[in-house]
Design a protein around this ligand. Structure first.
Ligand code: G6P
Length: 499
């Protein structure tokens, strides 16, 4: 396992990610409240950056209060307290209209849907002239503003810095930065799936080509799994005609060689265990115990279409149809954080979830027992409490870059709970053999898996969890990060060496 000393490198590190580690809001009483940012990327990076000397995090203000906080720090950078220490952050404001196009029209849904295979192609996407404008005046514009701010920070630090750009929001930052900061080392980490080239063909070449070229301006392009890395190589070869080496995992772009790598992100084991035994989480866990009948099935997700929430409920419904004796004995607790409510498809999705759950509860429930306990809330302590008390955790995404819920929940579960896991979650590569694997579209298979998980013997559950824990603890978040730094140091040296 890595240690604090492991995760350092002798240059400043600039992290660029759309979401920051925290967002600010106003309480009903009017005082400023700091909350953790949502999503796996923030979870993974937050604890980590507190341990890195000389790191800063550039991100977008999300709320109005964030904007206000940004304006209170004219120099840009300020420090915030997060669990585990302090982080230097800088909010990068962008014009509201450009940001809306960037976030709600291009990054989500166009890129997100393409990379998660979410299109129903006979209906969507229909890409219009207005989408092209949204791309140019929104996505490109916001990327330019971020690249400019990043370049300033690199220059402030003498030109030599490691820039780590994260995710699908910023595929163009690398190409802008490459020109401005020739001495910086650029790594882009893509946290979501990278699909095969044919799925990229859904987007017109005027959009997809600059995005891929933008990524190729980096020194390293990184993913969570080998399959995504391989798909990226295929994409570069087929869509851009680049020279690709499938053994070395590199792409030759003119005189430069871009390394394509995979590092499965993980959890800060100690910090997460400490969080799980905190007073607040214990309090929430006691409350959740009150809803337990004999068995508790849990899912914890953002209300994202890729999470496949509807089919999960359909499978639960099917299990109750198939096993009438389970009536009144099992509850499905679904903790769903409302997500991206400025994107139409996400608003509709929440409504569909609400309706389906009402139907299932009406069909199977009675005045004494409601089979599904649906909570649309962003309550992190309650989610961690649910990780501790589940008997079965359902993680059935259609496609998911990694899915940290499965790792976090395994780490702190107190009942040797079983994970029912989609074969299309990145985390399946690491822990699939200790879970019950399901295909995310196969309802009957998921229904059977839920049932088998509930019925699994105590010895088998324990055996699987112990094995699974070993894997998770071995590759913890420090290890994830130090492996990247090792590769950066190695490649940076070879760039400097005379050729
Ligand atoms: C995923 C993405 C992140 C994103 C998060 C939450 O985990 O990989 O980049 O921040 O979802 O989505 P949101 O749109 O709320 O930032």
């Amino acid at each position: 396992m890595g240690t604090q000393q492991d995760i350092s490198i002798d240059v400043p590190i600039i992290i660029v990610a759309h979401r920051g580690p925290v967002t600010f809001s106003l309480s009903p009483e009017g005082s400023r409240v700091v909350e953790r940012g949502s999503g796996g990327l923030v979870t993974g990076l937050t604890g980590l950056v507190t341990k890195i000397r000389n790191a800063m995090w550039l991100c977008s203000p999300i709320t109005e209060e964030d904007e206000l906080v940004a304006s209170e720090h004219p120099s840009g950078t300020f420090e915030v307290e997060v669990p585990g220490g302090a982080v230097q952050i800088r909010f990068i404001p962008t014009p509201a209209e450009a940001h809306q196009s960037f976030y709600a029209l291009i990054a989500n849904p166009l890129l997100w849907f393409t990379q998660h295979g979410l299109w129903d192609l006979s209906n969507a996407p229909s890409i219009t002239a207005s989408d092209r404008l949204s791309f140019e005046n929104g996505y490109v514009e916001v990327n330019k503003v971020f690249a400019e701010a990043t370049a300033q920070e690199v220059m402030n630090k003498g030109g030599r810095a490691l820039v780590m750009v994260h995710d699908y929001h910023f595929y163009l930052v690398g190409s802008f930065l490459r020109r401005r900061c020739p001495d910086a080392f650029l790594l882009h980490f893509v946290h979501i799936p990278w699909p095969q080239p044919d799925l990229w063909r859904v987007l017109p070449s005027w959009m997809r080509e600059p995005l891929i070229e933008g990524l190729l301006a980096n020194d390293i392009v990184a993913f969570h799994t080998e399959r995504y890395a391989r798909n990226f190589l295929l994409t570069c070869e087929e869509l851009l005609g680049e020279e690709v080496d499938y053994d070395a995992y590199t792409v030759k772009v003119g005189k430069r060689t871009v390394a394509v790598r995979w590092y499965p992100i993980s959890v800060d084991v100690k910090a997460f265990e400490a969080l799980a035994s905190s007073e607040e989480v214990n309090f929430q866990a006691e409350r959740l115990e009150n809803i337990r009948r004999e068995f508790l099935v849990v899912r914890v997700d953002r209300t994202d279409l890729s999470k496949n929430i509807l089919r999960g409920f359909e499978a639960f419904d099917k299990m109750l149809d198939d096993h009438e004796d389970l009536a009144g004995r099992v509850t499905f607790l679904a903790l769903l954080q409302p997500s991206r409510q400025d994107v139409d498809q996400y608003v509709e999705y929440m409504e569909k979830i609400r309706r389906l759950v009402a139907d299932i509860n009406l069909k199977h429930g009675n005045t004494d027992w409601q089979p599904i306990d649906l909570r649309f809330e962003d309550n992190f302590a309650q989610s961690v409490a649910a990780y501790k008390v589940f008997d079965v955790l359902l993680v059935n995404p259609l496609f998911d870059g990694m899915n940290l819920v499965a790792k976090e929940a395994t780490l702190v579960n107190a009942r040797d709970g079983v994970i029912v896991l989609s074969e299309h979650a990145g985390v399946h590569d690491e822990i699939g053999r200790f879970t019950i694997t399901v295909h995310p579209c196969d309802i009957q298979q998921q229904a059977d898996a839920l049932f088998n998980a509930l019925m699994m013997s105590a010895e088998e559950r324990r055996r699987r969890r112990i094995e699974c824990l070993k894997v998770i603890k071995e590759n913890d978040i420090d290890n994830w990060f130090s492996s990247q730094l090792e590769e950066v140091s190695r490649l940076w040296k070879s760039l400097a060496a005379p050729h």
